[in-house]
Design a protein around this ligand. Structure first.
Ligand SMILES: NC(=O)c1ccc[n+]([C@@H]2O[C@H](COP(=O)([O-])OP(=O)(O)OC[C@H]3O[C@@H](n4cnc5c(N)ncnc54)[C@H](O)[C@@H]3O)[C@@H](O)[C@H]2O)c1
Ligand SMILES: [Fe+2]
Length: 384
C-alpha cells in the first residue's frame, strides 16, 4: 500500500482515496471558509463535485472559482482575488494541475498585498517586499503528477503584456498541507500523463545537475528519477495502474522538493517557448531534455554516471542518454520542437528571454545567448 504521512517539505497526506480527508485537513490548519480554486475543465468533472461533497458533509460550504486557463495569466489571479475578498474567505483549496495549483497559491499570496504581482518575481530577495502576515493558507490537492507545485514555494504566471512566464516566489507560498491522492490522476489522458511525468523527471534531473553543494536534494532527485524510470511508461500505457500513478505522484513531490536547489536550461528555455507558443510545460521540457543533457555533458558526465548506476543502467553518460531517448519514444513524446508546432520564428526572443529566466543560473554550463541559441536550434533540427 503506497500510503504515508510526511512532514517535509510540508504536511503531506499521501495515498489513494485520501481526498476524503479534505475537511479534516482544512480544519486542522484553522480554515473555515475556503475558496476552492480549480480550472473549468476539472470543475465539470466528478472529482470537484466529490470534494465539495466531502466538505459539505462536514458542514463546510465552499465556493468554487474556476476562471483559470492553462498557463494562467495575471487576469485570472485578479479575478480570483476579487472572488476571495468578496466573500471574506480565509484560505484556499487549490485543486488541479499545476495551473490551478499555482493560481490558487497566487490568489492566497496576493489577496493581502498592495504591490503589483511582478514585484515578487523570483529575483534576489524580492520576496522580502511582501507582507508575510497577510498571506492566506493553502491546501493543495494535485490532479496531475508532475509540477510538484503542491510542495513548492513558487508559482508560475504569464505576464500577457510582454508574453513572459514569470516565477513568483515567497517561502510562505508553500501550501500548509497537501493531499496527494493518486486516484485523482487515473483519468489523465496518455499525453498529459507523459508530459507531466517528464516535468517531474526534468525537475529531478535539473536539480541534481545544479553544481551547488546540496546532497539532500541530490538524494531526493535520484530516487525521483528511479520512480519515473520504473513507472512512467506503465502509467502512460495503463492509465488505471494505481501503483504506477502513486509512484509518479511521489516522483512529482520529489522533483519539486529537490528543485529548491535550482533548475537549469530545460526550464529556462521551456518558459519562453511556453509563453510565446502556449505549449504544455511538461511536454516542452520532455522534448528539450536530451538536447540540454548532451549540451551539458562535460560538466555533468561523472554525476550522470553515478545516477545511471543507481537506475540499473550501464554506469555511463551514453547509457543514461539512450534510456532518456528510449523513454521519450515509448511514451510518444515528439523528438523535435516541430512536433509541438514550434518553429524558429521567435528564436531571438526565446534566446533573450531564456538567459534572463531565473532558472538559467542553475545550469551547469553557463547559459549565455550563444548556448541558448545552440540548444534551441538543435531541438528544432533534432540534432542531439
Ligand atoms: N509551481 C511550480 O513549481 C511549477 C513547476 C512546473 C510547472 N508549473 C506550471 O504548471 C502548469 C502546468 O501544470 P500541469 O502540467 O499540471 O497541467 P495544467 O494544470 O495546465 O492542466 C493541463 C490540462 O489537464 C487537465 N487536467 C488536470 N488534471 C486532470 C485529470 N486528473 N484528468 C484529466 N484532465 C486533467 C486540466 O484541466 C487542463 O486542461 C504550467 O503553467 C507550468 O508553468 C509550475
Ligand atoms: Fe517544471
Amino acid at each position: 500500500m503506497l500510503r504515508g504521512d510526511w512532514s517535509y517539505p510540508t504536511s503531506v497526506r499521501f495515498g489513494a482515496g485520501r481526498v476524503c480527508e479534505l475537511a479534516e485537513t482544512i480544519k486542522s490548519i484553522g480554515m473555515t471558509n475556503p475558496l476552492l480554486v480549480t480550472d473549468p475543465n476539472l470543475a465539470a468533472m466528478p472529482m470537484v463535485e466529490h470534494a465539495l461533497g466531502v466538505l459539505d458533509a462536514a458542514g463546510i460550504s465552499a465556493k468554487v472559482f474556476c476562471d483559470i486557463r492553462p498557463n494562467p495569466v495575471e487576469a485570472n489571479i485578479r479575478a480570483g482575488i476579487a472572488a476571495f475578498r468578496a466573500l471574506r474567505h480565509d484560505g484556499i483549496i487549490a485543486l488541479g494541475g499545476g495551473s490551478a495549483l499555482d493560481a490558487g497559491k497566487l490568489i492566497a499570496f496576493m489577496a493581502g498585498q498592495s504591490r503589483p504581482i511582478w514585484d515578487f518575481e523570483d529575483i534576489d530577495d524580492f520576496w522580502t517586499r511582501a507582507d508575510a502576515e497577510r498571506i492566506a493558507p493553502v491546501v493543495a490537492v494535485p490532479t496531475t503528477a508532475g509540477t510538484g507545485s503542491e510542495v513548492g514555494r513558487a508559482a508560475v504566471v504569464t505576464n500577457a503584456a510582454i508574453q513572459t512566464k514569470k516565477i513568483i516566489f515567497h517561502p510562505r507560498m508553500l501550501p500548509k498541507a497537501a493531499i496527494c491522492d493518486p486516484e485523482l490522476t487515473l483519468g489523465m489522458p496518455p499525453m498529459l500523463t507523459a508530459g507531466t511525468g517528464m516535468d517531474a523527471l526534468s525537475h529531478c534531473l535539473e536539480a541534481y545537475c545544479v553544481p551547488s553543494y546540496h546532497p539532500l536534494a541530490d538524494g531526493i532527485a535520484i530516487e525521483g528519477m528511479r520512480l519515473v524510470k520504473e513507472n512512467l511508461a506503465r502509467a502512460v500505457q495503463g492509465g488505471g495502474d494505481i501503483e504506477a500513478r502513486a509512484s509518479m505522484m511521489a516522483a512529482a513531490v520529489a522533483g519539486a522538493t529537490a528543485f529548491q536547489k535550482g533548475l537549469g536550461a530545460i526550464h529556462a528555455l521551456s518558459h519562453p517557448i511556453g509563453a510565446l507558443h502556449d505549449t504544455h510545460h511538461g511536454l516542452t521540457n520532455a522534448v528539450l531534455i536530451p538536447y540540454v543533457l548532451a549540451f551539458n555533458r562535460k560538466a555533468v558526465e561523472e554525476k550522470i554516471r553515478r545516477v545511471a548506476a543507481y537506475l540499473g543502467l550501464r554506469p555511463s553518460f551514453r547509457a543514461f542518454l539512450d534510456w532518456m531517448l528510449e523513454l521519450r519514444a515509448t511514451i510518444d513524446v515528439p523528438h523535435t520542437l516541430a512536433g509541438l508546432d514550434v518553429g524558429d520564428r521567435n528564436i531571438d526572443r526565446v534566446v533573450a528571454m531564456a538567459v534572463e529566466d531565473p532558472t538559467a543560473p542553475g545550469n551547469p554550463v553557463p547559459l549565455d545567448k550563444r548556448a541558448a541559441r545552440t540548444i534551441f536550434k538543435r531541438a528544432l533540427e533534432g540534432r542531439i
